[in-house]
Design a protein around this ligand. Sequence first.
Ligand code: ADP
Length: 268
Amino acid sequence: DATIHLFVRVARLGSRYLLLLADDRTEAHRLEEVRRDFIANISHELKTPIGAISLLAEALEPAADDPAQVRRFAKRMETEAQRLGRITREIIELSRLQAADVLTDATLLDVDTIVASAVDQNHVQLDTHNVTIVSGGERGTEVYGDEGLLVLALHNLIANAVQYSQPGTRVGVGVRLNDGVVEIAVTDQGIGIPEEDLGRVFERFFRVDQARSRNTGGTGLGLSIVKHVIENHGGDIRVWSQPGLGSTFTIRLPAASHAAAASLGEPQ
Ligand code: ADP
């Protein structure tokens, strides 16, 4: 549509606008490529568990006389089905976040409560990784937002921190109020992220180590969801990391007293 519209303008206004036309077509082309890549990625990510489930289902019948084998296959089918469920949920969540009206439920929120809920949701994972979560910092800060989404975002960051931690280390969740901005930092002493990948970790389906992430149930969508949630709240997210030393992901959100509350549908 945009291209046709610009063609008409070029015809009317002359060659001065040729550059504008070229730019716009390049942007449209880039967006089309992003969309195509996303769909190709989705199909690839869905094919893997679906393929595994089909193979396991085929293997069940010949293994019927061996109950232990049947149980093993059934267990693996369950794991793959769970992965399929997780990918599907995350793709839907991401699409929903890209819609403009996700913040219709914004309310005044206590940051301590968000941190506590997100930490709570990660408890199951902690035992298997032998990691301790330590949270602290400024108390009583408030932001405007959607509680479920903010807890989800922080949960994803903490889950990654635990997932990529060395056993026996700590994950820190710290809150700071800095010049009208609430900063929530999640720090781990884990494997870290190579410098050349730092700019890409928020991309959909990007994983530093494909095999490792897949084996541990990762979808490569977690950080992309976090980024969308935070940006929808008028904030941003930064990452610092050093391979072998660990990583810090810092979410920055406007503090409630400074927030453009009107734009989030709340009275000041
Ligand atoms: P995944 O489901 O694979 O964890 P994410 O989008 O959450 O997907 O993260 C993308 C990639 O970024 C991960 O596969 C991992 O390689 C890297 N990553 C994310 N968080 C950390 C962290 N705390 N430490 C080291 N690497 C991380």
